[in-house]
Design a protein around this ligand. Structure first.
Ligand SMILES: Cc1ncc(COP(=O)(O)O)c(C=O)c1O
Length: 406
């Protein structure tokens, strides 16, 4: 009889990944084994406050009881049908998600990148079928420093060389203009333009919040030009900025909204394109789809997510705690922080490069029990679960102050 395998340590598990996992990530050296709320615990039982929340996929914290219950309930009944058949969860999910976002229709998918790809296909189809753009001539205007995912079409219009280099040939049909620049956008839009696709706040770029009036300006410009406004709210949406959608800060209703991350409650990948009937209605059977998109487990969890957001509690918390975050970071400016941008419970913090790279600061934070992740050199991104308490948030800020005082 062989002895039961000894549980492996964090170091052993990290080493074990090396030969068998593709090296497309460079994670912090922490191996998470359990999590609840805003806290995660590693293999050795060390606890960390999660200030990243799965890049906003965990807006409701780890294992929110209502979401776990919805998932369990659905696991015991029905998990997958494919769209070859109907399932009893999908209609309710679509109705409630459309109502929550002020739109008419939903196209359910799985990952964020798929929602973006789907939005691009819908915009092109709309350009040919409705706007009358000649075949294969449609263009989509996007912003520099965007992050919309990792597929070959999406990296075709990335301006990040690491994301693009080595992956050509690229998909044509995209024009790139500077973010937060309405004049440049206006100059790029013409009769071939199907859509303007932007993030209402650029997350991966370092939580870049555009000037007041930019989103309303994009809405006005696209309406005038007769093209679609597609808002990628995959990271900014579903409560993060203090509103259900970040475009609501300027009372803007886009033609298509792309959702993902938190829509799956941190349990399953769930994404969606939501939009007006005149736009999403261009799709007909056979033209687009996904085996897993709209599966009953995803729909049940997605419905429970929408139910949480219908209360308004999470948006309120993000707005209120966002004030605490902003105040705490303001205090750190000149004390290790050279600048920051924030909206709701979401911040990009530029650390004095003399104190270390963003990676080194993140490792320092980790050793002090706070998990956060760098982006672009010396910027640290903070996006805790919206369920974090004020005391927990203040303690994370104190740890950050300590890490910068080293
Ligand atoms: C704005 C935005 N769009 C799209 C994506 C891609 O989502 P996924 O990683 O689920 O494909 C991300 C992921 O970070 C994102 O932040």
């Amino acid at each position: 009889m062989t002895a039961p395998a000894r549980a492996r340590t964090s170091d052993e598990l990290i080493r074990a990944e090396q030969p068998v996992l593709a090296h497309n990530y460079h994670p912090l050296p922490v191996v998470v084994a359990h999590a609840e709320g805003a806290w995660v615990e590693d293999v050795e039982g060390r606890r960390y406050l999660d200030m990243l929340a799965g890049y906003s996929a965990l807006n409701f914290g780890h294992r929110h009881p209502a979401l776990i219950e919805a998932a369990h309930r659905q696991l015991d009944r029905l998990t997958l049908t494919s769209r070859a058949f109907h399932n009893d969860q999908l209609a309710g999910f679509a109705e409630r998600l459309a109502r929550l976002t002020g739109q008419d229709m939903v196209l359910p998918m799985n990952t964020g990148a798929e929602a973006v790809e789907s939005g691009i296909k819908v915009a092109r189809k709309w350009a040919y079928d409705v706007k009358g753009v000649p075949a294969d001539r449609a263009t989509i205007v996007v912003a520099a420093d965007n992050f919309h995912g990792r597929t070959t079409t999406i990296v075709s219009f990335s301006t990040d060389e690491t994301a693009r280099s080595g992956f050509g040939p690229f998909t044509p049909g995209f024009r790139i203009v500077p973010y937060n620049d309405l004049a440049a956008l206006e100059a790029a839009v013409d009769e071939t333009t199907a859509a303007v696709l932007i993030e209402p706040v650029q997350g991966e770029a370092g939580v870049i919040v555009p000037d007041d009036g930019y989103l309303a300006g994009v809405r006005e410009l696209t309406r005038r030009a007769g093209c679609l406004f597609v808002a990628d709210e995959i990271q900014s949406g579903l409560g993060r900025t203090g509103r259900t959608l970040a475009v609501e800060h300027e009372d803007v209703v886009p033609d298509l909204v792309l959702l993902g991350k938190a829509l799956g409650g941190g349990i399953v990948p769930v994404s969606a394109v939501v939009g007006r009937r005149e736009v999403l209605g261009v799709l007909h059977p056979g033209e687009h789809g996904s085996t897993f998109g709209g599966n009953p487990l995803a729909a049940a969890v997605g419905t429970a997510v929408v139910e949480l957001l219908e209360t308004g509690e999470f948006q309120r918390r993000a707005a209120e705690l966002g004030g605490v975050l902003r105040e705490g970071l303001t205090d750190l400016v000149g004390r290790g922080v050279v600048g920051f941008r924030s909206r709701g419970l979401w911040a990009g913090v530029d650390v004095d490069p003399a104190l270390g790279t963003g990676r080194e600061i993140s490792e320092r934070l980790m050793r002090e029990g706070v998990l956060a992740k760098d982006t672009h050199g010396s910027t640290i991104r903070l996006a805790p679960p919206l369920t974090i308490t004020e005391a927990e948030l203040r303690s994370a800020l104190a740890v950050l102050a300590g890490a910068l005082a080293v």
